[in-house]
Design a protein around this ligand. Sequence first.
Ligand SMILES: NC(=O)c1ccc[n+]([C@@H]2O[C@H](COP(=O)([O-])OP(=O)(O)OC[C@H]3O[C@@H](n4cnc5c(N)ncnc54)[C@H](O)[C@@H]3O)[C@@H](O)[C@H]2O)c1
Ligand SMILES: CC(C)[C@H](C(=O)O)[C@@H](O)C(=O)O
Ligand SMILES: [Mg+2]
Length: 406
Amino acid sequence: MASLQLNLKSLGGPYCHHDASLPKQCPPKMGRIRCGATTPTRSYSITLLPGDGIGPEVISVAKGVLSLAGSLEGIEFGFQEMPMGGAALDLTGVPLPDETLSAARQSDAVLLGAIGGYKWDNNEKHLKPETGLLQLREGLKVFANLRPATVLPQLVDASTLKKEVAEGVDLMVVRELTGGIYFGKPRGFSSNQNGEEIGFNTEIYATSEIDRIARVAFETARKRHRKLCSVDKANVLEASMLWRRRVTAIALEYPDVELTHMYVDNAAMQLVRNPKQFDTIVTNNIFGDILSDEASMITGSIGMLPSASLGEKGPGLFEPIHGSAPDIAGQDKANPLATVLSAAMLLKYGLGEKNAAERIEAAVLDTLNRGFRTGDIYSDGNTLVGCKQMGEEVLKSVESEVLATI
Ligand SMILES: NC(=O)c1ccc[n+]([C@@H]2O[C@H](COP(=O)([O-])OP(=O)(O)OC[C@H]3O[C@@H](n4cnc5c(N)ncnc54)[C@H](O)[C@@H]3O)[C@@H](O)[C@H]2O)c1
Ligand SMILES: CC(C)[C@H](C(=O)O)[C@@H](O)C(=O)O
Ligand SMILES: [Mg+2]
């Protein structure tokens, strides 16, 4: 079973390190250690949730990369694949079967591909793949969603922004993940006084929910460039007024971090005007969803952005920020790198296996340096490959790193 996932002191940027400075009561995750003849082996159980659309394609690549990078660091993985989303609906009638949630809870970390698709779009709310994902996040209590957006030098040309605007962007969106309008009640359908149908949701945040995500964000900013921008709509929404008041109050605990506030409409504009002004952004569930997709395009493609969702204890959930991409599913066109980088986040944030994580990150950069590109990040002069071949090239890079160090 996983121990601590979210130790505030351990949050670093863009990734955290479980290090010697951790308090005793919060030890870094240690796999079950088995001593072999020469090297000790740590073993971890990973729940894989391939899901729908391109989900199984990108998970298959990430699983191979995790296994290889892990084995080179003396790590053994026990993978358990479970149904989730539309795949689970077809198999069991619900988007998150009890068996899937309980397997996820009992494992050391969870890696998800993506869920959703046209087939289930008109299902009732409780039978939507997306509802299963929200139930999983709630069930694992992973309230802090870290979504780094970094423009890699190799991909500056893939950005839709001008080179001088995109170059060097390195920001982290800290998104509140288990509250706000996604979960607020009342919600539903009804009718108004004119007998007209209405649909309604409630944006609601309690002080404790804001305080804990604010602390995660301040700790994250502290390990980065000590700049935190809180994004809200406090000029209109009561939930945002409380959000701004609490973030301002928590800032007193972090005098070394510069706090600014920005309205979400302005933030959406500033992200494409001058994204380098941002270091760490903290925001609510829905604004974080939207702004992280926007930030992904600065980096070249949504197919590049990983994420880590962490709670106070229990396994973390790691997933690319993109969806099931039904328009390209089954065509071997998906970019698997967001999921591969999510596997690296799993190693670093979820298991405290920094070396294995860095092997994967280095292999991704090496693969890009060797000119391999899926369609979404392709530019002239590079080699266009599919999802599978991209995976094979990353594996070669992981292997060649080892050869280079012998
Ligand atoms: N976490 C998740 O599982 C998640 C996230 C977002 C959307 N969804 C679901 O996915 C389905 C499709 O949603 P959508 O079309 O709005 O968003 P999407 O992210 O699936 O796709 C948006 C666009 O980006 C492209 N794209 C996405 N990932 C890519 C990748 N790895 N490589 C190359 N191109 C990629 C797609 O081809 C599409 O053109 C919906 O059912 C939605 O609810 C799931
Ligand atoms: C599929 C949907 C529930 C999900 C969200 O809105 O959180 C997705 O867009 C994401 O960004 O992970
Ligand atoms: Mg989204």
